[in-house]
Write a protein that binds this ligand. Structure first.
Ligand code: NAI
Length: 340
């Protein structure tokens, strides 16, 4: 997709961070932009920010307040967009996400349901609701669309890792990546495209996500406090700027890239990527060959691993607490995984 002017975008998580950056950028490209988010106050200020940044008409920015895991609400938001903007989105960007850190063995159903609900289920919801509408409105045959259309998702570097302190998140992101690859294959004959962007760290408000966790999913196994959130905020403050990230996504969409890996230190990911993909190669090896290769890889990973890729290795600012620990009262958890 190369021509954005006058077209419609639907961006989830558009009230903050990466989603807000995308909304600003695509509004500036002349798109009508619908932003979906669960936080009404943040949506209001996002609309003003988008109008100011893009210099666009306020009528071309539509805030939609609902929980993206609610399929009925998502469907009625899609109907509203079609009615008000005159059609389904040409560009669907699903960016909303939450994160929560703690040992996977301490995770509760609520931890899984919240994180995987927002990071994976909402992506499924948007694809199921919008893709048929997009194909009907814009799809062509033999790989040529009647009007350009594209689906995108903001995933994470976590998609390529298996993190002992962010298991539900990594699982959701890995599945989201896989889905986007399937949609790339499925949409190509209609002339549509699919892109998944996997950032490393974004300067956003995700460190505060726990504050907005729904009441019915608050039974967490993790140690969550103002202090752990302060630590997370200090980590994310060093991340990529959301507008810069949106520009990388736009370039990927324009050039039909299925995946974009915007991270300053992509080389440092190599051992992790090799580690994950290497599991299949390893399966084909004999036991001693496997042992030798695993030891070499582990040594290489430990040598090259930057401190800041290790949640436990981040410097904890004064007054903050380290994140990624278990709730204090869990009696089966290794004491080193509990806060002091
Ligand atoms: P953010 O917290 O600034 O923005 C996320 C938005 O999603 C918030 O406005 C929030 O209200 C909204 N949201 C959360 N749950 C929702 C729900 N159930 N329904 C509707 N809206 C909901 O965070 P950020 O960092 O901009 O996150 C955007 C995406 O980037 C997420 O998918 C995240 O996993 C991903 N990501 C973030 C990284 C980071 O370092 N911040 C790194 C890699 C990926």
């Amino acid at each position: 997709m190369r021509d954005f002017k006058g077209k419609i975008a639907f961006i989830t998580g558009g009230a903050s961070g990466a989603g807000l950056g995308q909304a600003k950028l695509f509004a500036k490209e002349g798109m009508k932009v619908a932003i979906a988010d669960v936080r009404l106050d943040a949506l209001h200020s996002a609309v003003s920010e988008i109008v100011e940044y893009a210099g666009c008409n306020v009528a071309d920015v539509m805030p939609l307040c609902f929980d993206l895991t609610d399929r009925k609400a998502y469907t009625s938001a899609a109907d509203t967009v079609e009615k008000v903007f005159g059609g389904p989105p040409h560009l669907l960007i699903q960016t909303a996400g939450v994160n929560s850190f703690g040992p996977i063995e301490a995770s509760t159903f609520d931890d899984f349901d919240w994180v995987m609900g927002v990071c994976l289920d909402h992506v499924v919801n948007g694809l199921v609701i919008f893709v048929p509408r997009m194909i009907k409105a814009y799809g062509g045959t033999d790989g040529v669309a009647r009007e350009e259309f594209h689906v995108a998702c903001t995933s994470s570097g976590g998609a390529f890792m298996a993190g002992a302190t962010c298991g539900p998140y990594c699982a959701a992101k890995a599945a989201a990546n896989n889905l986007m690859y399937s949609y790339a294959d499925a949409l190509a004959p209609y002339g549509g495209g699919s892109t998944v962007i996997c950032p490393g760290n974004i300067n956003s408000n995700i460190g505060d996500a726990e504050k907005h966790r729904p009441e019915h999913l608050r039974n967490t196994g993790y140690h969550v406090s103002e202090g752990t959130m302060a630590h997370l905020r200090s980590v994310h403050a060093t991340g990529i700027d959301p507008i810069e990230l949106a520009e990388i996504l736009k370039e990927a969409i324009e050039n039909g890239r299925i995946i974009a890996l915007p991270t300053k230190d992509i080389e440092s990911w190599e051992p992790q990527l090799r580690g994950m993909n290497g599991r299949i190669e390893d399966y084909l090896l004999t036991a001693p060959e496997r042992q030798k290769i695993m030891e070499e890889r582990m040594a290489e990973m430990m040598r090259n691993r930057p401190e800041r890729d290790n949640p436990g290795g981040w410097e904890v600012p004064e007054g903050a607490e380290r994140f990624g620990m278990a709730r204090k009262d869990l009696d089966y958890i290794d004491p080193s995984k509990k806060p002091q």
